[in-house]
Design a protein around this ligand. Structure first.
Ligand SMILES: Cc1cc2nc3c(=O)[nH]c(=O)nc-3n(C[C@H](O)[C@H](O)[C@H](O)COP(=O)(O)O)c2cc1C
Length: 325
């Protein structure tokens, strides 16, 4: 057996496989099962501000509230949802016995800053912030969305001490520049990347439909590219999320410079077996290649270490278009 422990966001994980945030992690019972299957850590299902407000409004349609009453009810409802979430943290910590990372989907940053304090007090080992949004108005000013990440992180750092992980979307001009700024403000790690809802159109019914909810193997290429670039220039822990569909992808992520992977779709498809198989394959591969621990091959194929040619950037395209007949 090799040493497959890894350090991510100030935490020591027994291995680099993290169960990513989704409904797969919304009960302590499920989280116990992931820990038994061998997961290194778990990111809990996100608390979504928008969803809480919508649910609260839905409840209120049954109750005849005037404005003040409605505001009071929304606050009450938020508190109720937060209490449920704090129980999930405490119960998962007790049942799973591995690091538990809470997750918040920010939208404004006011109430979440105070929620973070309570999440810390409930014993979460870290907090993942997910700012999934698609700025799409014509008056959008370039850089505002990136700056929003920095502001949210600054506010959180003023009130909590637990490690903060920033889960980024794919819609950024430069994940490298943003991760560098986030590191300066105190981010413990970044996750590359979150997955948007995938829109599609049914041309027979002439209506909007959902594209594939689960990712596929070729979704790995973007996080792999940016991990290779980022790990070569910014000293921040990275987890790859997106397209980690088999054990090889776990190894590729580490070779590109990630400390861990956050896996979701593969667990929906394969359940526990994904974790078990990936750990066996990782161990066997390390033995074959004579790498005794993760550090021995982490970032071995990032941008700094590829024979002087920047394969993760423009040279890739030039080669592709000139060599392909
Ligand atoms: C059904 C489903 C629900 C998800 N819910 C959340 C969530 O609550 N919070 C979050 O940060 N990411 C959420 N995600 C994104 C995943 O955590 C993950 O980052 C993304 O799916 C990419 O990883 P994958 O390729 O392994 O699926 C969800 C993904 C799926 C498919």
């Amino acid at each position: 057996m090799n040493n497959i422990q890894t350090r991510f966001a100030g935490l020591t994980l027994r291995n680099p496989i993290i169960v990513s945030s989704s409904s797969l992690t919304n009960t302590a019972k499920k989280n116990k099962k992931w820990a038994e299957a061998g997961a290194g850590a778990i990111v809990l299902k996100s608390l979504f501000e928008e969803q809480i407000i919508l649910e609260s409004q839905r409840e209120q349609t049954n109750l005849d509230f005037h404005t003040e009453g409605a505001e009071y009810y929304t606050e009450y409802f938020k508190g109720y949802k937060l209490a449920e979430y704090l129980d999930l943290i405490k119960d998962s910590k007790r049942e799973a016995g591995i690091p538990i990372i809470a997750s918040i989907n920010c939208y404004g940053d006011s109430s979440w800053v105070s929620f973070a304090k309570e999440i810390e007090a409930a014993g979460a080992d870290a907090l993942e912030i997910n700012l999934l949004a698609l700025p799409s108005t014509t008056d959008y000013k370039y850089g505002e969305f990136e700056q929003y990440h920095v502001e949210v992180l600054k506010h959180l750092k003023e009130v909590v001490n637990l490690p903060i992980i920033m889960k980024l979307g794919r819609n950024l001009t430069s994940p490298v520049a943003l991760a560098s700024q986030l590191r300066e403000v105190g981010a413990a790690a970044v996750v590359l990347f979150n997955r948007f809802y995938q829109p599609d159109i049914d041309i027979d019914k002439m209506e909007h439909t959902s594209g594939s909810v689960l990712s596929a193997a070729n979704d790995l290429t973007e996080p792999l590219r940016w991990t290779g670039l980022l790990s070569g220039s910014v000293n921040i822990d990275i987890a790859i999320s997106g397209g980690v569909t088999d054990a090889d992808a776990v190894i590729k992520a580490i070779l590109a410079g990630a400390s861990a992977v956050e896996v979701c779709s593969a667990l929906y498809r394969d359940g526990d077996a994904f974790i078990k198989n990936a750990l066996v394959k990782l161990n066997n591969w390390m033995t074959d290649k004579q790498f005794g621990d993760i550090a021995a091959f982490k970032a071995k194929l990032n941008v700094q270490n590829v024979e002087g040619a920047n394969r993760f950037e423009r040279s890739q395209f030039i080669r592709y278009f000139t060599e392909k007949k």
